[in-house]
Write a protein that binds this ligand. Structure first.
Ligand SMILES: Cc1ncc(COP(=O)(O)O)c(C=O)c1O
Length: 430
């Protein structure tokens, strides 16, 4: 696809969005790049949103968008889920910041343990922190320090492996394994077996392009890790929304520690790590219980807003039954998206699992991050901009997430917008 088309599309985007541009220029004076979430960046500047309702977003220029991104999975519930907002509003009238224990924390803890089949859980403020603490749990338990992670994995800002370990990562001793390559990974696990504290795996690469693990890979990796005496950590920060107990179980595998985040906080900052009692009980501060307690403080770990919201999310809104049905609805939408791509003579494909998916400017569905990143970058951006022009908000990198607030009509409108965008881009190719 010709880069001149991209220049034109970017210019049209800029002309349509003068308010967002002004916001971006002002914000950039105090926030490097105009914001504090690198993933939001795209040329020429990101939209500034001022309101949301259900699955609709409104930007500062008054444009309405069908929100097909759902805040990179954190916005599963949509923008106005009353059952969550009402309980949080009520709770905040009673107590805001408590330097002590309060009932909502154990309520959410019990819901998480019952729902996800884990013995114990601890809360953090983000998925990044949850993964850092899961690593601490494993290194302290095993007395080892090496960590096996996957190329294309993302476990937080300082645990970033898009194309190898990022130079700004937390200074752990990482071994990088090839995702969806069981033989290659098993060899590495065996090579480092006496030093490996943990293997950390996303059941589906999320930031890496919604590339699901095969069941054989997920099962085989954790079996090999266990045989080596390493702790199996599943990063389900994004994927715990799938099925009744998260995606790893659907792949037929089980973790020793699982990390959680995103939607469980109902839109408030959230993270958690949970799993086997013998691992998590390293944090047990009960007087006399143990001598080698790991300290894990955190001012906002048990904050009232998140604990209360999480209780409503898992207890009322996103029950196991709802999660199971939502996974099936997502599978159906992904197939429809793929059918739209197949109609047009462009290298476009769709990957994903359940309600999480990604549009790729690639001729075939990627099975690892190298294939996902070998896309036609110009076409990828033109699709993103074409969808925006038609009132549909997705991620710059192509991520699409079906949420609970989407109506069937909104999903159908999303498909129509993609169809129209690809039809127009196909003509440009001629
Ligand atoms: C799989 C995965 N793990 C961890 C994280 C980090 O979570 P947070 O952004 O809450 O720190 C993310 C965020 O996108 C993620 O996708």
């Amino acid at each position: 696809m010709d880069a001149a088309h991209l220049d034109r599309a970017r210019q049209q985007f800029a002309d349509r969005n003068p308010g967002s541009r002004r916001y971006f220029e002002e914000a950039s004076k105090v926030l490097p790049g105009g914001h504090t979430r690198t993933v939001l960046n795209h040329p020429p500047f990101p939209l500034a949103f001022v309101a949301g309702e259900g699955a609709t977003l409104t930007d500062t220029d008054g444009h309405h968008y069908i929100d097909l991104l759902g805040d990179y999975t954190a916005g599963l519930l949509g923008h106005s889920e009353r059952r969550v907002l009402d309980v949080v509003t009520a709770a905040l009238q009673t107590n805001v910041s408590v330097g002590g224990v309060h009932p909502a924390e154990a309520v959410l803890g019990r819901l998480m343990c019952e729902r996800f089949g884990i013995d114990r859980v601890r809360f953090t403020n983000s998925g990044t922190e949850a993964n850092l603490m899961a690593i601490t749990t494993a290194t302290q338990f095993t007395g080892r320090s090496k960590l096996l992670v996957f190329l294309g994995g993302y476990h937080g800002g300082v645990l970033y492996f898009a194309s190898g370990p990022a130079p700004w990562n937390a200074p752990y001793d990482f071994v990088i394994a090839p995702y969806n390559d069981l033989a290659g990974t098993t060899t590495l696990i065996e090579q480092h077996s006496s030093e490996l504290a943990a293997v950390i795996m996303e059941p589906m690469l999320g930031s890496g392009g919604c590339v699901p693990a095969t069941a054989e890979f997920a099962q085989g990796v954790f079996a090999a890790a266990r045989a080596a005496g390493a702790v199996c950590i599943a990063d389900e920060v994004m994927t715990s929304r799938h099925g009744r107990q998260g995606m790893l179980r659907l792949l037929g595998a089980e973790a020793d520690i699982t990390t959680y985040g995103k939607y469980i906080g109902g839109g408030f900052s959230f993270g958690a790590f949970g799993g086997r009692a013998d691992l998590l009980d390293q944090y047990d501060t009960t007087p006399g219980a143990r001598t080698n307690v790991i300290s894990h403080a955190g001012t906002f770990n048990n904050n009232i807003a998140t604990m209360t919201a999480g209780g409503a999310v898992l207890g009322q809104v996103f029950t196991a039954d709802v999660a199971e049905a939502h996974t099936a609805r997502g599978d159906e939408f992904r197939q429809q998206l793929a059918a739209v791509c197949a109609k047009h003579p462009l290298p476009m494909s769709v990957s994903g699992f359940g309600s999480m998916m990604s549009l790729h400017a690639t001729a075939t569905v990627p099975t690892n991050v190298q294939e996902a990143f070998a896309r036609d970058h110009v076409l990828q951006e033109l699709v993103f901009l074409g969808l925006l022009e038609r009132g549909v908000y997705t991620a710059f990198r192509g991520m699409v997430n079906v949420g609970l607030a989407h109506t069937d009509d909104q999903l159908a409108a999303g498909l129509d917008a993609l169809d129209d965008t690809l039809a127009e881009l196909s003509k440009l190719q001629d």
